[in-house]
Write a protein that binds this ligand. Sequence first.
Ligand code: PEP
Length: 255
Amino acid sequence: MAQKIVAGNWKMNLSLQEGLTLISETTNMLKDEKRNDAKVIFATPFVYLHAVRNLVEQTSGTYLAAQNCSEHTKGAYTGEISASMLASVGAGYVIIGHSERRLYYNETHQQLAEKINRALEENLQVIFCCGETIEIREKNEHIEFVQKQLAGSLFHLSNEQMKNIVVAYEPVWAIGTGKTASTEQAQEMHAEIRKYLSEKFGTETAQNTSILYGGSVNAGNAKELFACPDVDGGLVGGASLKSRDFTEIIKAYNP
Ligand code: PEP
């Protein structure tokens, strides 16, 4: 069984004070709940990781993620952040291959594969993002497109390494647009991803890999998306910036 996960990607938003408040409010609201077994991840800007670490670690079931890391181990790469630096400030996860990084920073399959290697060397868990643009979906090439992303950055890994990979399917046309994939569209792609992983890594690894949906998830649509058999949770952008909304999304897993 794949672990259920709800991850909030803050992107380049919030001050440190606002971030601390958001984490405190969210974890306080969750304390009063009969907790489900979904892991909650806060993916904060790099510079906040160290400062929010204690707060996140105080609450069981909550984890800290970075939003990117360098493909290099260390050295003369001004402005870059290595996977070992992330591990040293308490990040347990790192998002790799978000569509905004692929688009604005031209990150390639090969570069993402290297970033994943660096993250795994530091025992970080990777949230690997994939997803098609609207043009690709309209040409009905979305499944092949996502398969290429998976093969290009994950298929060099061993089954053992795949235990540390979470896949996030995020159709680019649904990110930050308010247009969510329908449950049929989400389930279709998630099932295809699992099938493709199973062809490469076997059924057990595929069944145990968490596949999250991302793209305008909110308190109103989380429950039906998370109810899809191959959707193991969500990667949430905008709605993760408000404690009440994020908490409601996490609670979508409550019995
Ligand atoms: C994201 O950026 O990962 C995302 C899913 O954003 P939003 O929820 O705002 O669409």
